[in-house]
Design a protein around this ligand. Structure first.
Ligand code: ZN
Length: 263
């Protein structure tokens, strides 16, 4: 709310219908305004009314033409830009966040039975945000970029998780556990594949999603163990950890389906 404008920055505060003038019109508008215009909004207010006589750019004409929409009050006062002028955390979040379209894969990553640490890695993978050696190479990394599992190919997202022989053996075993076909070898096809075999949040869909997330998580973990010189797990140990984590989660989330309740 604008009063005498002495505590409001003309170019940087959000007082005008166009929003922050610096953000909307750029720095050029400050120079076009000339030296007679000060940094505070009070420099264009006289005796309780707007006072901005000469303008010499299209942007300044636009700013000036919308001044009558700003009602001058008694004192400068900060108010929340919300429906009723009151603070609302949800409205504030909506204004601050960058909204993106909803992806088709979000229900593969986030679902009622999901395991947070698995979901987080899977989320990074879907965003292409895991720092594989191929990605490091694109940033100028000159070291060894071969896959730590097979040492035969470049460590890319597609190779690491699906094309590599090591990963394929893991997938073959666990996909057999949940009766779904082997996943595609390229991540771009994974989204459609997930949508076709993991639809919904029922018992079997959750089981498959859990297996999928657990496999991705443990392949990435195995890769990191190798990268940092720690003792890697055997294939059998990885598979047994995947099975154990999926099983304990399913028993917790679907207790009525637990074998203990069917005796
Ligand atoms: Zn490999």
């Amino acid at each position: 709310m604008v009063g005498d404008g002495s505590s409001i920055f003309l170019w940087f505060d959000n007082w005008h219908p166009a929003g922050c003038l610096f953000d909307t019109y750029g720095s050029r508008v400050m120079y076009d305004a000339g030296p007679s215009i000060g940094p505070m909004l009070s420099s264009i207010i006289r005796d309780g009314d707007w006072y901005w006589t000469s303008v010499r750019s299209e942007a300044l004409v636009d700013i000036q033409s919308r001044l009558p929409k700003v009602i001058l009050g008694e004192v400068d006062k900060a108010v929340w830009d919300s429906k009723n002028g009151e603070f609302s955390s949800s409205e504030t979040w909506e204004k601050l966040r960058v909204a993106h379209s909803i992806t088709n894969w979000h229900k593969i990553v986030w679902f009622p039975a999901s395991i947070p640490k698995h979901s987080f890695v899977l989320w990074l993978v879907f965003h292409g945000a895991l720092i594989t050696k191929e990605k490091m190479c694109s940033w100028g990394f000159n070291g060894n970029i071969s896959c730590l599992f097979c040492h035969a190919c470049v460590e890319s997202r597609d190779h690491l998780f699906f094309s590599c022989g090591f990963s394929r053996r893991i997938w073959y075993t666990i996909m057999r556990d949940c009766s779904i076909p082997y996943p595609p070898v390229e991540w771009d096809d994974i989204e459609d594949w997930c949508g076709s075999v993991m639809k919904g949040d029922n018992f079997y869909a959750s089981l498959r999603k859990l297996y999928f997330g657990a496999a991705v998580y443990h392949l990435w973990r195995q890769r990191n163990l190798l990268l940092h010189g720690e003792t890697p797990l055997t294939e059998e140990r990885i598979i047994s950890k995947i099975r154990w984590e999926v099983k304990t989660r399913m028993v917790y989330k679907f207790p009525s389906k637990s074998p203990c309740n069917h005796r």
